[in-house]
Ligand binder design. Structure first.
Ligand code: MN
Length: 221
């Protein structure tokens, strides 16, 4: 299984008094850098409150277990029957992946090369891909995620509920995510209200296609 692995550091959380294995990653851009498409306040709350909470709660859930010595992807592959680890481990990984899937709009250059060929093969065109991905995001009832995944270069779209992701056993399409969008209301409600479709349309402007292409290429090597 190839995928993005969160930075893993031994850091001290004074409030918990324990040495915890997973750290909240810094963003590669400022909270305001995705403006005007995603607003700075939503980005700040999403990262510093929501993602920080998943990180803290994951660390608590695995503290003292053999999972404390495992990579996040190994943990996710075996967490089906452990709701605290599934929800917070998924929340931890999904948001690491999400931040790393975005970039300032002037750096969002669109897909090219082998990735564009694979998009055309799977969906007919880039526009048709965007339409199908948006439909997956809009039809996910309640909270969850929509994903573009690669199986050795063959692309597929799926969606998952809550903080589940396709790295979890028997969840979604089971392939390797190369792009994902958070469709929880906390990701968009402040700026877009109930307009999830408007959020998806705005989000296309900040997709880091260079990163998506790197991930895609790692699934075909
Ligand atoms: Mn979120």
């Amino acid at each position: 299984m190839v995928g993005y692995i969160c930075p893993r550091h031994l850091i001290q959380y004074p409030a918990l008094g324990n040495t915890m294995p997973f750290d909240l990653p810094d963003l590669n851009y400022a909270y305001s850098d995705l403006e005007p498409h995603l607003d700075a306040t939503t980005m700040e709350i999403h990262h510093s409150k929501h993602h920080a909470g998943y990180t803290r709660n994951l660390n608590s859930a695995i503290d003292g277990t053999n999972m404390a010595d495992q990579d996040i992807e190994e943990i996710l592959s075996k967490c089906a029957d452990n709701p605290a680890v599934r929800n917070n481990g998924g929340g931890y990984w999904n948001h690491c992946f999400f931040w790393d899937s975005m970039c300032p709009p002037d750096q969002s250059l669109g897909p090219s090369g082998a990735l564009m060929d694979a998009i055309n093969d799977a969906f007919g065109s880039f526009e048709e891909f965007k339409s199908k991905f948006k439909a997956a995001a809009l039809t996910r009832f309640g909270s969850g995620w929509a994903w573009l995944c690669s199986d050795s270069g063959t692309l597929t779209i799926c969606s998952t509920p809550n903080q589940d992701n396709p790295l979890m056993e028997t969840v979604g399409c089971g392939q390797t995510p190369i792009l994902g969008i958070d469709v929880w209301e906390h990701a968009y409600y402040k700026k877009f209200g109930p307009g999830r479709g408007d959020y998806v349309e705005a989000w296309w402007n900040v997709v880091n296609w260079t990163k998506v292409e790197d991930r895609f290429n790692s699934t075909i090597q």
